[in-house]
Write a protein that binds this ligand. Sequence first.
Ligand code: C2O
Ligand code: CU
Ligand code: CU
Length: 519
Amino acid sequence: MNRRGFLAAGLASLGAACGLQQAKPGAESSRVALSDVKRLGVLRVDPIAGRCRYVADLGTRQVAQPILFARRGERFDALIENALPQPTTVHFHGLTLSQAQDGAGFDPIPPGERKRVRFEVQNRSGLYWFHPHPHGFTAEQVYAGLVGLLVVTDEDDQVLDAALALAPDNRLALAIADVRLGNGVIRPYAPGATDCLNGWFGNQALVNGRLDAAWTVAPGWVRLQILNACNARGLLLGFRDRNETEKERLLPFHLLGTDGGLLAAPRELDRVFLHGGERVDVALEASGRRALQAVSLDFDARHHAQSAAAAHRHPARERYAPLAAEAVCESASEAREGPADGTEMALFSLRVEGAPVRPPPLPTRLSGLAETDPLPDTPTRRVRLDFDERSGFLIDQTPYAVDETGFSVRRGAREVWEIKNSPISMPHPMHLHGFGFRVLRRQGTFGAARKFATEPGGRFATDLGVKDTVLAWPNETLWLALDFSLPRQEAFGGPQRYMFHCHNLEHEDGMMMRNITVL
Ligand code: C2O
Ligand code: CU
Ligand code: CU
């Protein structure tokens, strides 16, 4: 039986049993120290709903969907085994790595093969993550459950936990993804033309792989490191008291950090906008409350683009079976779309249990991070995000080509990037591999999004700190400061190729990517 036949048979015989059960509470992701990982396997577990997960081999036991913990400076050394019927890679989103360890898709691991990956964690403390990046298969594999968290700790991070007097259960690392649930199962990835244009949206949130996710915390400070792991959905994150009579009231919280670690000082907010690939680190105070609900609030998602023709079919896809059902971008989808981007969605809840405490004050300094002021003669690179009816979303009118040099930069160079998004486009969370950057300024933000612009330079709170992913709304121009030196001046040996792309995964698979070559 060929692979396609095998998968079809699996679909028929397993019935509607798997998806929901896999997603039910109980399977708490466990913490695993980076230094204990012997081999990080990729395992296909559930062909019916196409669910997949990472499994870490610790020698004596196997841990599914581990949350990896590493101290800055620690090393990762493991064999990555591809047990999927498709090529895959493991990309460490946000980490400073050489091309060979970045997992960006230049050399995918074929089905059934292994690759040794070794690197040192050079980055600041923060929430980083890993996911597949094989060109043309990324969206499908991430949606199938291949999302892993890596928490990096350092001195600043430990000082903060001590200052907050965090109870052991009051610090959580959370990956939020949306899935399409129907008749009790997670629907397999099968995008129609509209999904490939706007992105694939789910109707339910899955947090660390669980539906209706809930955690129990103690009174006092709670620290949440949250990743938006959705294929395409933006999240306007807020918290409510479940027992509050004024149901709509939002609880204040404090933004401690973003993609690449802690801010210099916390910011008090009542909502924060988090797009695909972005992370926030927040503290909220749970004393005197019994149950909190995290929600994504309604927002104007500003999807301007209209096209029937932007459907794409990736050549690499022709040779491998989809993980679950037939996956194409060509069909007019039969009303299978999830609720639109910007629709309110419950995310997860926190139960507060234990004796009341008086929480210590929030520290006023979190890290020594300085504001960036690029030197006046820093060269500016102009990048245009385009949309056209025939080719869909492009960067500088150029569809992705694996072998292109793309933008070339010198190791150690500093640049300002001016990124302008087309007024007839849609929001694009733009991500750069290998290097963190700072957001300097935003301009041209439309009315409804301007209320997130609480910071100097028209910036959003999520623009603060060290970033690797930044949202560009339609019509906006963003200015970023980049520094292509390495934290430690070690040689990676020769020119290194990285990627710059939209983290809406349907756009990414649809060619909205460019290479960056560091010479
Ligand atoms: Cu998180 Cu190039 O991706
Ligand atoms: Cu990345
Ligand atoms: Cu995009």
